[in-house]
Design a protein around this ligand. Structure first.
Ligand SMILES: [Zn+2]
Length: 296
């Protein structure tokens, strides 16, 4: 199995267009100390079969341009066979609209809750249906399914979190899942949003060969203290790396290679020379970057 991190930043990318937080500012002013990063997405392919996208970010166009693909099979050959969605957030789905030129229906895999959000509240699947068509397949947490034309098998598992903001404050249905993707005996677990690491998730991580996991926030109050938001990290469905019940200690104890993804632009681990980055690495955990490839 080959995995490529297409975008390693959370929503807004890094640096974010309107952000002057210390990390974004350092990224602009201190060249060479922080890699720019696009928004959250990975691509996966099995020993047999095509690339699949996991999440479709607003930066999808430039991300696909860098994805090695076999374009020999037609005038309008698509570099990816389909898209798996872990949630219905705008940052993970806006890229679907950029696939509308497809000459064949787009294959989309998601939970029922995500499909409902993307048809009833933010009708991106309905819109896409009218351009190129959509072939939707259900991800039922706990059930493993084979991806079409591929040796990959995928199983979703709940990761908590709240509903997207566009659904309004009254919406409470958690719509976030992680994915365990297997190819023969090789196993990747991907969880870009994670509300907590409980025993079941910890065991799932430990049974994988590689874990790509939520590294959104360093501290729970990160955005609140900067005056950027009123909701803290946990209220947004992202357990912070440090502080009470921070995830870094648990990730540090895992057996498999563990890489942080979905890193928010305020998180100081994005700076190559920060003490926070050194702490992550001293714990045996890596910080993902755009273009990073992992072969299992
Ligand atoms: Zn920023």
């Amino acid at each position: 199995m080959l995995i490529r991190i297409l975008g390693s930043a959370a929503g807004g990318g890094f640096p974010q267009w309107n952000c002057n937080c210390p990390t974004c500012r350092a990224a602009r002013e201190r060249s060479g100390t922080a890699l720019p990063r696009t928004q959250s997405s990975i691509a996966v392919r099995g020993a047999r079969g095509p690339w699949y996208l996991v999440n479709a970010s607003p930066d999808l166009r430039q991300q696909l341009a860098e994805l090695p693909a076999d374009r020999s099979n037609g005038l309008r050959a698509t570099p990816v066979a389909g898209v798996l969605l872990t949630d219905a957030e705008i940052d993970h789905t806006a890229g679907l609209l950029l696939l509308r030129e497809s000459s064949s229906p787009i294959r989309v895999y998601s939970t029922d809750e995500v499909r409902e959000a993307l048809t009833e509240h933010y009708p991106i699947l309905t819109m896409l249906e009218n351009y190129c068509g959509v072939v939707w397949s259900r991800l039922e947490p706990g059930e493993s399914i084979a991806l079409d034309g591929s040796s990959l098998e995928v199983e979703a598992f709940p990761t908590g979190g709240d509903a997207p903001l566009y659904m309004g404050k009254s919406a409470t249905t958690p719509t976030s899942v992680g994915l365990t993707i297997a190819d023969g005996g090789h196993v990747l677990t991907y969880a870009p949003a994670l509300a907590a690491i409980d025993r079941a998730i910890s065991e799932r991580f430990d049974a994988s060969d590689c874990v790509l996991v939520d590294g959104t926030f360093w501290r729970n109050e990160e955005l609140v203290e900067l005056g950027i938001a009123t909701r803290d990290a946990r209220a947004m469905g992202h357990a912070p790396l440090t502080g009470t019940d921070g995830t870094l200690a648990k990730l540090s104890a895992l057996r498999p290679r563990t890489i942080l993804v979905h890193v928010n632009n305020t998180n100081p681990i994005l700076l190559d020379d920060s003490p926070e980055r050194a702490t992550v690495e001293a714990n045996g955990v890596e910080v993902g970057y755009d273009g990073m490839e992992i072969e299992l």
